[in-house]
Design a protein around this ligand. Structure first.
Ligand code: ZN
Length: 294
């Protein structure tokens, strides 16, 4: 911006003073479209003392984070015996997390839903891809069926076609049912984009996803109780963006008494959300430092 562009054709300079302008030639005539736009934005009459504002603020270059509260609308997700629903727990948690991340001033945050509406899994992925998000965080709360016994603690999942264990595979299957619950056709969803570039992107994305997941587990353990094996992977549809590092957090089990108590506790949410913000910060600090070295 500091460098003056040397115009090849001097006649083109829009900023040239209206040298030969006759008295009745309004200055508007020589104004560039940019200047016109600026004029439109701030009519001279209302603020005569002020200089014309800079035409347009620079586009916001801060990393964009997508928070994805699981389920919504017709899809309740898991449900505690006492009636608390996953879709509500994760929405409340996500809203708090959004506010905390925004408060740092370092990131832009958008959510796939901010109220009790249904959002298809593929749309969640597209939402992040279309905005070229730098990170996708899906928030869920797990449940065990009675015959599966009891489990507790938070788990962080990354994408993998082969699940890390049978339970992770079943969980992904259950989470992937969201669209079917709303009667959506699943067959059109597996239109995977192919190509070498996509493969490369996917590999890099996988590395970043894992990096964030590991960092997140490290932070979460200071704030919340973790599952016995807190880092797992499975074929979650919602994590399939080839170009957006994506992870899914199961905050805890609504079927576990102590977990449920945490999940609905303002204090626990506050602490846990703080630890996620910390992990986000570490992830981007490391990533940006790495980018500068290249
Ligand atoms: Zn869920």
């Amino acid at each position: 911006m500091a460098k003056a562009v040397t115009p090849k054709k001097p006649t083109k300079a829009a900023s040239a003073p209206a040298r030969g302008a006759t008295k009745n030639a309004a200055p508007v005539k020589v104004a560039s479209t940019k200047a016109l736009a600026a004029k439109k934005a701030a009519p001279a009459k209302t603020a005569p003392a002020k200089k014309a504002p800079a035409a347009k603020p620079a586009p916001d270059a801060r990393p964009l984070i997508v928070i994805d509260p699981g389920h919504g609308g017709i899809d309740n997700g898991t449900r505690a015996a006492s009636g608390e629903m996953e879709k509500t727990i994760v929405l409340e948690f996500s809203l708090m997390l959004r506010d905390k991340i925004e408060k740092t001033g370092k990131y832009r945050v958008v959510m796939t839903r901010t109220d009790d509406t249904f959002v298809a899994l593929g749309d969640r992925v597209q939402f992040a891809r279309g905005r070229q998000a730098s990170l996708f965080i899906s928030i869920h709360a797990d449940a065990l069926r009675r015959r599966e016994g009891d489990a507790q603690g938070a788990t962080v999942y990354t994408l993998s076609e082969r699940a890390s264990d049978a339970r992770a595979a079943r969980l992904a299957e259950a989470e992937n049912q969201a669209d079917a619950i709303a009667g959506l056709d699943l067959s059109s969803q597996e239109k995977d984009v192919a190509g070498i570039l996509i493969d490369l992107a996917r590999r890099e994305t996988k590395t970043f996803s894992l990096q964030f997941a590991q960092g997140l587990v490290g932070q979460l353990k200071n704030a919340a109780r973790l599952h016995q094996h807190p880092l797992k992977s499975a074929a979650f549809v919602v994590l399939k963006a080839p170009d957006v590092p994506s992870i899914l957090v199961e905050l805890g089990y609504v079927t576990n008494k102590a977990d449920l108590k945490s999940l609905i506790s303002a204090e626990w949410r506050d602490r846990t959300a703080d630890s996620i913000v910390q992990a986000v910060d570490t992830f981007f600090t490391t990533r940006l430092a790495g980018a500068r070295q290249n």
